[in-house]
Design a protein around this ligand. Structure first.
Ligand SMILES: *Cc1c(COP(=O)(O)O)cnc(C)c1O
Length: 373
């Protein structure tokens, strides 16, 4: 059954842009030109400009953007990539796909991003890249991450799957590392009509290598310089995304307004609300609050028709697929604790003030029934 307040309302979003999007799709269909070319190139330029980087390469997905960026950075068998255990699986999957070993570092309990003070201790002679995830739309502490990377001779890859448009000290997410991966999965803040992703970078060599890798290692048809992959963003997706990018700032602004309203309406309850460090623009892909009663709050909100979930219930070092890495419970206490206590509240741009008041009333009812401690 459709929820009264879903996690995201793409039907509403589509109704706002329908005529533009349909026209753009019609034009691709009319020309019957689907793979590489006009729309993809235009969208790559537009996105790179938006992110404050020189280059953009459209690829199949955010996961492939991470994977191909790591390959282009020269990551290979025997290398280590330092990252957070508190993220979507794709972050660490891409590291393994590139032949390397994920080395996890615990998170800061307030920002939920990698604790930069712990990174240095995780560096070994095999370390190659720090993969910084900007979780929920809040940038990682890039000053400290960049400093460690510089001192230790490592590259930095930003996972911007949840953070397109976010700012850190005036700098765009995606413009601070050696390269960055963006996801256009439909539910992301800039989503397409299927799967899609992009690598943005200011580094000509990384750009060139990702371009080769995504298209069978070839620059000119049927001449193959390296073994590559089939991982291209197609023109149908690029046409949709090109339109949506025009609306992104407006949609992000509404997310931030909704998050600000939630922060003020929920301040009276005994839950930890999202905090925004100084100098950061949080774009709230997810509005995540925290309580020891998270499980019961989620169930209660779901019973009221509010889509609330836990992102993410099992930190990566405790996932079955990563058993071989040899981590155990207790290795990353902050990530483990957060995974039991976080819950999200809908914050999508089309959410109304009435919806937000309904959310507030539901949480009020929860604490009236449950008691406050
Ligand atoms: C969504 C997501 C990805 C993967 O993106 P896809 O386009 O679904 O492959 C990677 N990292 C994070 C943090 C994500 O949220």
């Amino acid at each position: 059954m459709a929820k009264r307040i879903p996690l995201i309302n793409l039907e509403k979003q589509y109704s706002e842009i329908k005529s533009d999007v349909n026209r753009a799709l019609g034009s691709v269909i009319k020309r019957q030109s689907f793979i590489l070319g006009k729309e993809t190139e235009e969208f790559e330029r537009k996105t790179a400009r938006y992110c404050g980087t020189k280059y953009g390469v459209g690829v199949n997905s955010g996961t492939d953007a991470l994977f191909l960026a790591l390959k282009a950075m020269g990551v290979k068998e025997g290398d280590e990539v330092i990252t957070t255990p508190f993220t979507f699986i794709a972050t660490a999957e891409a590291i393994v796909q590139a032949g390397a070993r994920p080395v996890f570092v615990d998170i800061d309990p307030v920002t939920y991003n990698m604790d930069p003070d712990l990174i240095e201790k995780a560096v070994t002679k095999n370390s190659k890249v720090i993969l910084a995830v900007h979780i929920y739309g809040l940038c990682s502490d890039m000053n400290n991450i960049s400093r460690v990377a510089r001192e230790k001779g490592l590259l930095v890859l930003e996972d911007c799957a949840q953070a397109i448009g976010s700012l850190y000290n005036g700098k765009k997410a995606g413009s601070m590392g050696d390269a960055a991966a963006i996801s256009f999965f439909p539910s992301k803040n800039l989503g397409c009509f299927g799967d899609g992703g992009m690598v943005v970078t200011g580094n000509r060599r990384i750009y060139d290598k990702v371009r080769l890798l995504r298209n069978h290692g070839s620059r000119i048809s049927y001449y193959h310089e390296i073994i590559g992959y089939n991982s291209r963003l197609d023109n149908i997706q690029a046409a949709v995304l090109k339109i949506k990018l025009n609306y992104l700032e407006k949609w992000l602004k509404r997310r931030i307004e909704n998050a600000t309203m939630l922060n003020s309406y929920l301040a009276e309850f005994p839950i930890q609300l999202p905090e925004i460090p100084r100098g950061c623009k949080h774009t709230f892909h997810l509005y995540v609050a925290r309580s020891k009663k998270a499980g019961r709050i989620i169930r209660f909100m779901n019973s009221k028709g509010i889509d609330s979930r836990c992102y993410y219930p099992i930190p990566l070092h405790l996932q079955k697929c990563f058993k071989y890495l040899g981590y155990k419970r207790g290795d990353f206490r902050q990530a483990e604790k957060a995974s039991k206590e976080v819950f999200n509240i809908p914050v999508y741009p089309e959410l109304t003030k009435r919806d937000i008041l309904f959310i507030r009333d539901s949480i009020k009812e929860f604490f009236r029934i449950e008691g406050r401690n």
